[in-house]
Structure formats: C-alpha cells, structure tokens
Design a protein around this ligand. Structure first.
Ligand SMILES: Cc1cc2nc3c(=O)[nH]c(=O)nc-3n(C[C@H](O)[C@H](O)[C@H](O)COP(=O)(O)OP(=O)(O)OC[C@H]3O[C@@H](n4cnc5c(N)ncnc54)[C@H](O)[C@@H]3O)c2cc1C
Length: 497
C-alpha cells in the first residue's frame, strides 16, 4: 500500500505459471480458471462501468486452500481481489489486471444455528437471505437486509458494512456480527470479535467490517439472530413536495419514534417502479414515504397511530396503511425493486450512494434536480430517508457519445455535495474504485495517512485489493480537489461544514 509497494506491482510481470505450479495439489485443478470464456463472468461487479478481465480466477472450496493461495500470492508478489456474489456497486470486487480473483462462492455452508445464544455460524459465501431462511423455523432472522439480499454474500456484506431498509432500527452489518475468522496475507488465521458483548483490547472487528477486502479474507462469520417481530405494518404517505416529505422524516425522528424502516421515493422513481410492481403508488405525489412499524400487535397499532398523526401534521396528501402481510410486502416491493425498474426505463443507470444529515434532504434533492440540467441527464431518487442515505439513479445510455463521462461527473458532483453539507461519500455501498477520488474531498491528508498505516499493519505488501478505497496523495493532487474545507463549493447557499 505504500508508494514503493504500489510501483513494484505496476512494473512486475506476474508469474501466474509459477504461482499455479507452487499451488500444486493444494488447490484442485478444477478450482483454477484461466480461459477467457471462464474468467469473463468475473470482469466486473454490479458497477459494470468499470471492467478488468482477471488473468486467473481461483475458486477455493475450503479455508486450507485459501491459506495456500494467499501464501503463494505473497511469495510471487501477486495481488488478490476477493469476491463474494459480485453484486457490489462500487467496483470493490473488480479484478486487478495483474492479480488473481479469489471467488468465495463455494464456501456456502451454514455451519451452525445456536438457539441458546441466538447466533449462526456461516461460511462467507452464504447468501444474506439464506441465513434468515435457515433461522426462520426457530422464529429468528438476521436483521440487515440489503435489497440484493437474495444474491449477495455475508462475506461481501462484511467487507462493505452493508445496510438495508431495516437498518434504521436494527443497525448495519457492524451491529449484527459478533465474530469473523480471517486469513491474513501471510496465511495466518486470526479471529476478530467474540460471542461476548465486548471483546478485550482494541476493537478490531469494527475496524475490519467495511474494509472492502483490503485487510484479509473472511472465512467464517458469527452473526446475531433476533426474534421475528409478531407483527409489522407499513404506512404509505404521499407528499406534494420532497421538502415536506423530508420535513416529515425529521419530525418522525424528532418525536422519538425509530421506525423499522423509513424510505423515500421521488416522483420520477415512483413513475419508474409502479408499472413494474403495480403496488398502487400515488402517481400524483411528488414524493412517497414508506414507514414501517414492527413489534407486538398492540405496539404496532399504537406506533402507527402516532406516525399517522405526524404525517398528517406535516401535510401528507394521502395516507394508506397496509392491512395484511401481503399488502405490506407489495408496498415494499417497489422500493426494493427500484434498481431493476431503472433498467426497464433506461439503457444504463448509475446508482450513487451518499449520506447527508436528514435535515438537508429537501434542499439536496433540489440541488440534484439543478444538476440534471447541468449534466443533461435525468435522475430518479430512492433512499433510506431515515438514515439520510441517498441513492440517486442517474439514467444514461452508454452508446451515446459522452454519456458515460457525464454520468460519472454527475455522480461525483452529488457525492461532493454530500460532503459539503456534512455527509459522507458512501452510506453502504463502499468506496471501491468508484468513489476513490471523492475520498480526497472527504478526508484530510492526515486522515488518509492513518488509513494507509492501518492497511499496512494488515497488508504490508499492498497485495489485498490494491488501488482501491484509499487514494494516494498523488491521485488526490491529480484529481485537483482536496478536502472541501479548503476546496471549491458548488452550492454556496448550502451549509458548509
Ligand atoms: C440490485 C442491488 C441492490 C442493492 N441493495 C443494497 C442495499 O440495500 N444495501 C447495501 O448495503 N448494498 C446493496 N447493494 C450492494 C451490494 O449488494 C452489497 O455491497 C453487498 O454486500 C455485496 O456483497 P457481494 O457478496 O456481492 O460482494 P462482492 O460484490 O463480491 O464484493 C464486495 C466487496 O467485498 C469484498 N469481499 C467479498 N467477499 C469477501 C471475503 N470473504 N473476504 C474479504 N473480502 C470480501 C470484495 O473484495 C469487495 O471489495 C445492492 C446491489 C444491487 C445489485
């Protein structure tokens, strides 16, 4: 990760034949792919704007094989990019042109569900939803629920500190994982965290969660399971402007209610998803809020009434409460399927992920609207409103001249606006390759130095997912924008932090 290690990687010719010879019988031949037709499916993750064909893909079947691979890569100075299900949206699992792609999909066993401790021990390739499915017969589930939960892996969730609709109340991945087992670049196995509420020493587990494959390869995860609520209902509230909807979000939180989920869609997003899911969304509304309550029947009834009162007072133009579990799921279906719905109305879309203080929701959405004209591209907005986590979906057509570049610039401008109003360049999708330039805007030189030092402590050779997440100072200088405290401000009337 230091400049010397990175330039050594850039100039060397990787000896993949030597690497494979060294692996010998430690990794079966059928687990190693090098023909283009076999490696092509791994050239990108969910962020298909950026692609690199991996020279070699290795699909280990157990931890011993992962140890052998990491030791061999270290010996041959070959970079390693770990990959779960490849649903990441920031290019985190995009291969390295001179490295191996380490796919963890075959490590997909749920090893234990322990009812005494309400925990599950799973391998990294297990799908997020598969954990809840396995726990369901015992009335338990795993709370973080990314919209991609049908496909994404728990290893990827840990690397990205993934969130989801229900994370406002139940927390992100970092709040729901107790322990991880990790293979280091030296091939050592370490365990971070414990079953106890606190573990002695420095809190390395929290620092590891969200580290995007840069510190080690996760081989086992212990997650918390929680009881499924007896009841859940969702309010669908329409508003005549995004500002009033944004104010309603602030008011809900200000009353002390923590909804199980609190999501917003603007008019364009509603018009995009309604023909796809037919959820009965209000097509007249400028913004729709979905606000869920869960708990016992009595708790839910009481909370729903209090939420309805807040929405009425905030000026909701239409209010509807789900009357059955089926209806609740239909209300959510539009929000959860917003990304695929974007694929129906535009040849390409680019999903951004920034976070802002909730009180700026309305104004920031207006600023994004102004940017639509500047970049001559349309944008639909869906987001985890309760967390202030925006997901602008920029529509473009990669076959049209300059549209990719304009979409990238539009996305970068949104992220930098998030920093300007006191937010962050990522809420849950990670930095990967996509947001690496905006890290220069978010962090000071000193802060980036600490990131580098932490990375180096785990990976002194700079071999684990190199060139991602942490920008070099040279890169920041080339990008020409540094931390916003000293940088140019796009919207001077917005608060500056
Ligand atoms: C339609 C759609 C909806 C989405 N909705 C959400 C959402 O609601 N919330 C959300 O947070 N995200 C969402 N995402 C993004 C994505 O699903 C998450 O980031 C997810 O956690 C990625 O998991 P994955 O298994 O696909 O990881 P990958 O994309 O394969 O990898 C992601 C990162 O994890 C690293 N990694 C993977 N496995 C390991 C391992 N075993 N050890 C070390 N590093 C590893 C990779 O190197 C990479 O940096 C969505 C994506 C899509 C396509």
């Amino acid at each position: 990760m230091n400049q010397t290690a990175m330039s050594a990687l850039a100039t060397q010719v990787p000896d993949f034949a030597g690497l494979i010879a060294r692996l010998g019988d430690a990794v079966p031949k059928h687990c190693i792919l090098s023909k283009i037709e076999d490696t092509r499916p791994y050239e990108c993750d969910g962020l298909s704007l950026y692609r690199t064909l991996p020279p070699v893909v290795i699909l280990p079947e157990n931890e011993a094989q992962i140890i052998a691979v990491l030791q061999a890569c270290k010996a041959f100075n070959i970079p390693i990019v770990a990959r779960g299900a490849g649903t990441g949206l920031s290019g985190g699992a995009m291969p390295h042109a001179q490295g191996i792609l380490l796919g963890l999909a075959k490590l997909n066993r749920i090893q234990k569900i322990d009812l005494d401790t309400a925990t599950a021990v799973v391998q990294p390739g297990v799908r997020n939803l598969a954990i809840s499915e396995a726990a369901e017969p015992y009335g338990l589930y795993y709370a973080p629920d990314p919209s991609s939960q049908i496909a994404c892996s728990i290893g990827g969730n840990i690397a990205e500190n993934s969130g989801g609709v229900h994370c406002l109340k139940y927390g992100l991945t970092v709040h729901n994982v107790l322990k991880v087992r990790v293979v280091t670049i030296d091939g050592d196995v370490i365990e971070l965290g414990s079953q106890a509420p606190d573990s002695p020493g420095l809190e390395l587990l929290a620092a590891f969660i969200g580290s995007e494959g840069m510190l080690g390869v996760v081989t086992e995860v212990t997650v918390k399971l929680i009881p499924k609520p007896a009841s859940a209902r969702v309010i669908m509230a329409s508003f005549a402007s995004v500002e009033t909807a944004g104010q309603a979000v602030t008011n809900i939180i200000a009353t002390g209610i923590i909804p199980a989920g609190l999501e917003m869609m603007d008019k364009r997003a509603v018009h995009m998803v309604e023909p796809f899911v037919k959820a009965g969304y209000d097509l007249e509304a400028e913004a729709i809020l979905l606000c869920e309550s869960d708990g016992t029947e009595a708790e839910v009834e009481d909370e729903i009434q209090r939420m309805l009162a807040v929405f009425e007072q905030a000026g909701a133009t239409r209010l509807q409460v789900s009357t059955s579990e089926q209806e609740r799921l239909i209300f959510w279906a539009g929000r959860k399927n917003a990304f695929p719905a974007a694929g129906r109305v535009s040849p390409d879309y680019y999903c951004m992920d920034g976070t802002i203080p909730r009180r700026h929701l309305g104004r920031v959405l207006r600023a994004i609207e102004e940017m639509e004209d500047e970049f001559n591209l349309r944008c639909a907005n869906v987001f985890h409103a309760g967390d202030g986590n925006l997901h602008p979906l920029i529509m473009f057509d990669s076959n049209q001249p300059n549209e990719v570049e304009r979409a990238e610039k539009f996305g970068a401008a949104i992220l930098e606006l998030c920093v300007q109003v006191g937010g962050t360049v990522t809420g849950e999708h990670g930095v990967g390759i996509e947001k690496i330039n905006q890290m220069c805007v978010q962090f000071t030189r000193e802060e980036l130095d600490f990131f580098c030092a932490f990375k180096r402590a785990f990976d002194p050779y700079g071999l684990l997912n190199p060139d991602k997440v942490i920008p070099t100072l040279v890169r920041c200088a080339e990008y020409g924008k540094m931390h916003v405290h000293g940088g140019a401000i796009r919207f001077p009337e917005l608060p500056r932090f």
